[in-house]
Design a binder for this molecule. Structure first.
Ligand code: CS2
Ligand code: MG
Length: 403
């Protein structure tokens, strides 16, 4: 029987900080897992190195479900983003290994193709409405069927999602948390107007998405959703913090604007009522933060029972290992909705050589056994980790708000 011979944790910053787990079996087969938790990377690296790696060596890599149960129940302290990201990385690496041993791409192990390509959405932003409209059009010209739109709110420096220049959007950009001002009143006044302007200028023959990014109360979110119903959003994302799943009942009572939640959540229990009460239309949990392929397919299967579709998070702080695993799952699941996609930096793609390809607004999975990603640790080592924090939002009275 093949056993796990070693498990290595790589912390490096090719383009941005990533934590990558590589498991190697006694037969020399390797598997990769993403363990990146933006702004708290070293906590997961330590959880893996100091607590999980000693338990992995000598175990059977083929027993993926048993390993998941062993690591989840065996921790005693359950759930939470650090624990679940560490478990996710081990799980993903074992699925990579299983595919390589079977000589099959992971999507074949998940039931085979349900679709050829995986529709993605791009990220348009602008410092004002005109710049946003131009940016949306730019992505439409590149063939994207779906585009997220975020514009700066005048006089509010903390609007979420505004790319600096034509670079890649990266919110964790400083060695201490940047404190950004926030005004809900200004946002609620401005966002419906710029979203409506996009539709008035560019029409309705593409999907338009918007990320509220946890900023509103349930009633404010209900008002926002109602106000933009004529914009026909594909979804409004994270309209209110989701620790309180019941809060979404109020939003649902007032608006038919579709809702997407889940990128900051890390287990089926965190989305259970959102799904079973159909309080959301898309669940955004991910391979890297919600328990790996094993747990995410459970979440997606529960969602399918309630006609909730998938819409996994896919920002640049999720590595190409997560993106590849996501596209394998997206290719196979019956209730696929959409996949978030932000192109990584060139140096990131040089370190993580992936078979995933973007064509005509869709991601295509490769046919290589496993996930189809190789990690170049030598090149990665040239880019040492640097502490980076996500911003903190403060209301105009100085009190902390949800960033
Ligand atoms: C955002 C993310 O992509 C999204 O929908 O919510 O950019 C999020 O802010 C980052 O992943 C946080 O690290
Ligand atoms: Mg988001």
């Amino acid at each position: 029987m093949s056993t796990i011979e070693r498990a290595e944790v790589f912390v490096a910053s090719p383009g941005r900080n990533f934590v990558t787990l590589r498991i190697t079996t006694s037969d020399g087969v390797t598997g990769l897992g993403d363990a990146t938790l933006n702004g708290r990377e070293l906590a997961v690296a330590s959880y893996l190195r100091d607590h999980l790696v000693p338990l992995l060596v000598g175990r059977d890599p083929a027993r993926i479900e048993d390993m998941w149960q062993y690591l989840y129940r065996g921790a005693y302290w359950r759930r939470g983003p650090v624990t679940m990201t560490a478990i996710s990385a081990v799980d993903t690496a074992l699925w990579d290994i299983k595919g390589k041993v079977a000589g099959l791409p992971v999507y074949q192990l998940l039931g085979g193709r349900s679709r050829e390509g995986v529709m993605v959405y791009a990220h348009a932003s602008g410092t004002d409405t005109e710049a946003l409209i131009d940016d949306v059009q730019r992505f439409r010209d590149l063939g994207y069927r779906a585009v997220r739109a975020q514009a700066a709110v005048p006089d509010v420096g903390g609007t979420y999602g505004i790319r600096k220049g034509n670079g890649i959007y990266e919110p964790a950009s400083s060695s201490r948390p940047e404190e950004q001002p926030w005004s809900t009143e200004a946002y609620l006044d401005h966002a419906p107007r710029y979203l409506r302007a996009v539709r008035e200028r560019l029409g309705f023959d593409f999907h338009l998405l918007h990320d509220v990014h946890h900023r509103l109360t349930p009633l404010e979110a209900a008002r926002f959703g109602k106000e933009v119903e004529d914009v026909r959003l594909f979804w409004m994302e994270d309209p209110t913090p989701a620790e309180n799943q019941e809060a979404f009942r109020l939003i649902r009572q007032h608006t038919t604007t579709p809702i997407a939640v889940g990128e900051a959540l890390s287990s089926i229990w965190d989305v259970q009522h959102l799904i079973t009460e159909q309080l959301v239309d898309y669940v955004r949990t991910t391979v890297v933060h919600a328990g790996g392929i094993t747990h995410l397919r459970r979440i997606f299967d529960l969602a399918a029972l309630y006609q909730v579709r998938t819409g996994s998070h896919g920002a640049t702080d999720l590595s190409p290992v997560t993106l590849a695993a996501a596209v394998h799952l997206d290719t196979a699941v019956p209730n696929f909705g959409i996949q978030e996609y932000m192109a990584h930096a060139e140096v990131t793609d040089a370190v993580f050589r992936s078979e995933v390809r973007l064509e005509d607004g869709h991601l295509l999975v490769g046919e290589a056994p496993g996930l189809g990603v190789e990690y170049d640790e030598t090149l990665a080592a040239r880019y040492p980790y640097e502490p980076r924090y996500l911003p903190v939002a403060r209301r105009l009275d100085g009190s902390v708000h949800d960033w």
